[in-house]
Design a protein around this ligand. Structure first.
Ligand SMILES: C[S@@+](CC[C@H](N)C(=O)[O-])C[C@H]1O[C@@H](n2cnc3c(N)ncnc32)[C@H](O)[C@@H]1O
Length: 268
């Protein structure tokens, strides 16, 4: 672990990556993450199910792009702490030559980068310590350019990260900047928390539990609007628990219990 990464880790306040790790049953979290995770769970008792279903969407969408659309390069922004079914594991199971660039701005994820960098020998994986709010710094990063070929389609993954971008930080502009850099025939897969299925009381509690005032859930329409101009792939914007979930054998949870929408779209 680099000294600068250690110095940047603040264990006294809840962080999204560590809180999500807690909900998924991981061990890479601290007391502040667990306390905040429990406060959210009190307002929304199915939050752990929501995290699990979001993670399942990531696996299904990445496999779908690799298997059905032949995507062989992925840019996964908001990677999170490694967990079963990391993007490179999913897509390199389809094609070991696949290339993946991971991006996250949390120093705790940086400390796990080595675990994320275990590429199949025929492919390659890189990790960038960078911020989605500065998309140009991602696009201009030499390691990104050395790993992905921007003349070939790229699968952009924005899984459970856009809801950490407030409106005044221009999420639509960020998404546009990223997509403008990708060639026609590229894809995006994204998920986004929404409170549209929650009661007013639950939303009030959820807002109180928001760790640093930067959580920005959006309803399905506002989420879809971030991807204006793209071709939505069937079934469009739906709960992550419903997106092509017939490929899984588990019974599907109620959408009210999974307050997260997902979509996959193609750049024409
Ligand atoms: C809820 S986790 C999702 C992890 C993974 N994508 C998944 O869905 O399983 C959100 C991740 O986004 C990262 N994140 C939040 N804001 C970010 C930003 N501005 N730039 C880069 N990463 C960010 C957090 O550090 C965290 O790792």
């Amino acid at each position: 672990m680099s000294e600068s990464a250690v110095n940047r880790i603040d264990t006294t306040v809840a962080h999204p990556a560590r809180r999500y790790n807690y909900w998924l049953g991981g061990k890479d979290n601290f007391a502040a993450d667990r306390a905040n995770g429990d406060a959210v769970e009190k307002a929304m008792p199915t939050i752990r199910l929501m995290a699990i279903e979001n993670r399942r969407f990531l696996g299904r969408a990445a496999r779908f792009l690799a298997e059905r659309h032949g995507v062989r390069q992925f840019l996964d922004i908001g990677t999170g702490i490694p967990a079963p079914g990391n993007t490179h594991e999913v897509v390199q199971a389809v094609d070991p030559t696949a290339k993946i660039v991971y991006v996250d701005n949390d120093p705790i994820v940086l400390t796990h980068a080595r675990a994320l960098l275990t590429s199949a020998p025929a492919g390659s994986v890189a990790y960038l310590d960078a911020d989605l709010r500065d998309p140009r710094s991602i696009l201009e990063n030499p390691e990104l350019r050395a790993t992905l070929d921007f003349t070939q389609p790229v699968g952009l993954l924005l899984i459970a990260v856009l809801h950490f971008i407030r409106e005044d930080e221009d999420p639509a502009g960020i998404v546009r900047t990223l997509l403008d850099a990708l060639p026609a025939g590229s894809y995006v897969a994204a998920t986004h928390a929404t409170w549209e299925y929650q009661s007013a009381e639950a939303v009030a509690e959820l807002n109180k539990a928001n760790p640093d005032g930067r959580f920005a859930p959006r309803d399905g329409n506002d989420f879809a609007a971030l991807f204006d101009g793209l071709e939505l792939i069937d079934p469009g914007v739906v709960s992550v628990a419903r997106w092509r979930s017939d490929e899984e054998s588990q019974p599907r949870p109620a959408i009210e219990d999974v307050s997260c929408n997902g979509l996959v779209a193609r750049k024409p």
